[in-house]
Ligand binder design. Structure first.
Ligand code: PLP
Length: 352
C-alpha cells in the first residue's frame, strides 16, 4: 500500500477471482465460463465494428437494449446494460443501500466486497444446514436485499412463489435478484416486474451467452430504477460498454437457436455429471446452474482440489467455513466432464 491511498481503503479485502492460468493447458472448470465459443454471428458483427473503433460507443447502448427489451417484453426504458453485471451490482450497492444490504452467508463473493467498498452496512443471513434459503428470514428487512437465483456456489434456486413472498413482504425495500445462471433451468423473476415496483432483475451475457471476456450485463426494472442507474452511470462512465461488446451482445441476441442449443447441452451434461458423481458416492446439491456443488464423505475438499489440479483439471475450492469440503465444478463439454469423472473414479476407489 502506498502512503497516498485514502485510509478508508486500508482494510478493503478485494474479491479473489478464480485462476486464469496462462502456462499449462488445464481443463478449466473453475470460473463458470461456457465451454462453447460465442455464436458465429458474433465474430462477423464484431469484425465489422473494428473500423469504427475511432468513435466512442453509443452511450445509450440501443443496439443491445432494444432487442433485449423486446425479448423480455418490456420497454427500452426498463432496461440498463453495464460492463458486466458486476458493474451493475456495484451501482446497486453504491446507489440503493442507504439503509444497508442483506444477503446470504454463502453467496456471490462480490456482495460483501462491494458493501465494504461503498461503506454499506451488511446483514449476513445464514443459509440453512442444507444450503437452502429460509424464505421468512428475508421478510420485513427494511434494507436492500440481494439474492443470487440460482445461488452461487450452491446452484440452488428459489421458485417464483418464494420470490413473490419476499417481494410482497418488503414493499418499501429494493430486492435485487441476480440471475447470472437463470438460463440453465431456474424461473426468471422478470415476469414479476409488472406486479412489483421494488424488484430489479440483473443478468449477464458471461455464462449462458459465452461472452465472459466481453463484459456485458443487464438489469431490468421499473423506469425509475433504470433512470437512477443511468444517473450513476452518466456520472461515472457514459461509455461503460465498448463498441465491440455492444456488437457482440447484439449478435448473440439475434442467434436464438445457438443460445438455446448451448443451454440445452449444458443442462444435459450437468444432469449426466450429477448422476455419475452420485454413483461414485458424491453428495450433490440440486443445481440449476452451469456448475455442480459436491462433496465426498471420504475425501476433503482440499485433497480433491489438489488431486484434480495435478491431473490437469481446475475446479473451485473455497477455504471457507461450512463449505471447505465442497468443490464447485463448472460444467464443461461432455468430454471435459468424462475426463473429470475418470480422475475422480480412480481416486475415490483407492480410498475405499
Ligand atoms: C458470474 C456472476 C456475476 C458476474 O457476471 P459478470 O457479468 O461477468 O460481471 C454476477 N453474479 C453472479 C452470482 C455470478 O456468478
Amino acid at each position: 500500500m502506498s502512503k497516498f491511498l485514502n485510509t478508508i481503503y486500508n482494510r478493503l479485502s478485494p474479491y479473489t477471482p478464480g485462476e486464469q492460468p496462462q502456462g499449462r493447458q488445464y481443463i478449466k472448470l473453475n470460473t463458470n465460463e461456457s465451454p462453447f465459443p460465442p455464436s458465429p454471428l458474433v465474430e462477423v458483427e464484431v469484425t465489422k465494428e473494428i473500423e469504427k473503433l475511432n468513435l466512442y460507443s453509443d452511450p445509450l447502448c440501443k443496439s443491445v437494449i432494444h432487442p433485449l427489451a423486446q425479448a423480455v417484453r418490456m420497454k427500452p426504458e426498463n432496461v440498463f446494460v453495464g460492463n458486466g453485471s458486476d458493474e451493475i451490482l456495484a451501482f446497486c450497492f453504491q446507489g440503493f443501500c442507504e439503509k444497508g444490504a442483506a444477503f446470504a452467508d454463502l453467496t456471490y463473493g462480490f456482495y460483501p466486497v462491494y458493501a465494504q467498498l461503498y461503506g454499506v452496512e451488511a446483514e449476513i443471513i445464514p443459509l440453512q444446514e442444507d444450503f437452502c434459503i429460509h424464505v421468512p428470514d428475508y421478510y420485513a428487512k427494511n434494507k436492500t436485499i440481494f439474492i443470487a437465483n440460482p445461488n452461487a456456489p450452491t446452484g440452488l434456486a428459489l421458485d417464483l412463489e418464494q420470490l413473490e413472498q419476499i417481494l410482497s413482504r418488503n414493499p418499501s425495500s429494493l430486492v435485487v435478484i441476480d440471475e447470472a445462471y437463470v438460463d440453465f433451468g431456474a424461473q426468471s423473476a422478470i415476469t414479476l416486474l409488472n406486479r412489483f415496483q421494488n424488484l430489479l432483475v440483473v443478468g449477464t451475457f458471461s455464462k449462458s451467452r459465452s461472452l465472459a471476456g466481453a463484459r456485458l450485463g443487464y438489469a431490468v426494472g421499473s423506469q425509475d430504477i433504470i433512470a437512477d442507474l443511468n444517473r450513476l452511470k452518466f456520472s461515472f462512465n457514459p461509455y461503460n460498454v465498448n463498441r465491440l461488446t455492444l456488437a457482440a451482445g447484439a449478435a448473440s441476441l439475434q442467434d436464438k437457436a445457438y443460445f438455446s442449443s448451448c443451454c440445452k447441452q449444458i443442462i444435459n451434461t450437468r444432469e449426466f455429471t450429477i448422476e455419475s458423481l452420485k454413483k461414485l458416492g458424491f453428495i450433490c446439491t440440486n443445481s440449476k446452474a452451469n456448475f455442480v456443488f459436491v462433496s465426498h464423505p471420504s475425501c476433503t475438499g482440499e485433497e480433491l482440489y489438489h488431486h484434480l489440479r495435478e491431473n490437469g483439471i481446475l475446479v473451485r475450492w473455497f477455504d471457507l467455513p461450512r463449505i471447505d469440503d465442497y468443490l464447485r465444478i463448472t460444467i464443461g463439454t461432455q468430454k471435459d466432464m468424462e475426463a473429470l469423472l475418470s480422475v475422480l473414479a480412480i481416486y475415490v476407489q483407492n480410498k475405499e
